[in-house]
Design a protein around this ligand. Structure first.
Ligand code: 5RP
Length: 308
């Protein structure tokens, strides 16, 4: 639902309901910052909303909760939604491979409440990797129930066949594997022409040098710390060397500083700190979130351990 309101001289008109006095600055504070649904406590303390009468506060909270979690994806372009996360590192992205697909929307709400800022979607085709997961329909279904940025990781052969469909399904960032293509540049160009950010991934056994020709073009580099295909595998230390090299390349100007370094596979409380030290900014986590009874403490602990 897209809410419309007008703010005039501290007076708010929400669907014809009028609020005066303190509500104006509160709405302004709420709206001028990118909040996630998991930021509820911060919203209360930082916007002055706590000072409003309870009835008004409940009403505004209800409307804003709907807006924050289910707002129209047209509000921000795919590219803008990824750009808006640049200052939010370290960022833990749950890999939905291991979520409860019978209750997908409920899982998304729980993750939003846990403070998650973006979702990582693992697309597997049974060819490029020996496992099958899901495709465009799940991306489109998620797009309908959340405005969280969708980071789509294609573990498929011939990814060029599906870029447009994944973009149209609502992806904000599309990553494909360097091992799956002869030349990555046309795919990066096409992803950009679709208004989406482009990432490139490489498996633990693939030398970092295979990315050299594309470092100037991509928005994100996904360093796999397990061979792509399955959750729950053991972390490969070779990922740390690659992250360290990429991080050094950023510092020496060989890689644009805004390129996001993401790590995926076996990231947990024992490995996340080393990934952060090596230069990772985005951390894809499956088992270490979905294997826990409660997501919020798991996400908070992982985020804390990734802070340098
Ligand atoms: O891309 C993946 C597998 O190819 C998954 O994102 C990854 O394995 C996450 O799961 P876990 O944290 O359990 O390793």
């Amino acid at each position: 639902m897209l809410l419309t309101w007008r703010i005039r001289a501290g007076k708010i008109d929400l669907f014809g309901w009028q609020f005066c006095g303190n509500v104006g600055p509160v709405i302004h504070a709420l709206w001028s910052q990118e909040w996630s649904a998991g930021d509820k406590d911060n919203v209360l303390s930082e916007t002055g909303m706590a000072g409003l009468p309870k009835r008004t506060r409940d009403f505004v909270s209800q409307l804003l909760a709907q807006r924050l979690s289910r707002g129209s994806p047209e509000d921000m372009s795919a590219s803008q939604s990824i750009d808006s996360l640049r200052g939010a590192t370290p960022l833990v992205l749950p890999s939905l491979l291991q979520c409860d697909f019978a209750n997908l929307e409920r899982e998304v709400r729980t993750l939003e409440d846990a403070g998650i800022r973006a979702l990582h979607l693992d697309v597997m085709d049974g060819n490029f990797v020996p496992n099958l997961s899901y495709g465009m329909p799940i991306v489109a279904a998620l797009r309908k129930v959340t405005k969280l940025p969708l980071d789509v990781h294609l573990m498929i052969e011939k990814p060029e066949r599906y870029l447009k469909q994944f973009a149209e399904a609502g992806s904000d960032l599309i990553t494909f594997h360097v091992e799956a293509v002869a030349d990555a540049q046309p795919l990066v160009n096409e992803i950009h022409s679709l208004g989406v950010k482009a990432g490139i991934a490489l498996n633990p056994a693939t030398p970092l040098g295979t990315l050299d020709a594309y470092l100037g073009a991509v928005d994100l580099i996904l360093v796999m710390s397990v061979p792509a295909g399955f959750g729950g595998q053991k972390f490969h230390d070779v990922a740390l060397d690659k992250l360290q090299t990429l991080n050094t390349q950023k510092q020496t100007g060989q890689l644009r500083p805004e390129v996001i370094l993401e790590v995926d596979g076996g990231v947990n409380t024992s490995t996340i700190g080393r990934c952060a030290q090596a230069g990772a900014q985005w951390f894809v986590v499956g088992s270490a979130i979905f294997g826990q009874a409660s997501y919020r403490p798991a996400v908070e602990q992982l985020t804390q351990l990734a802070r340098l």
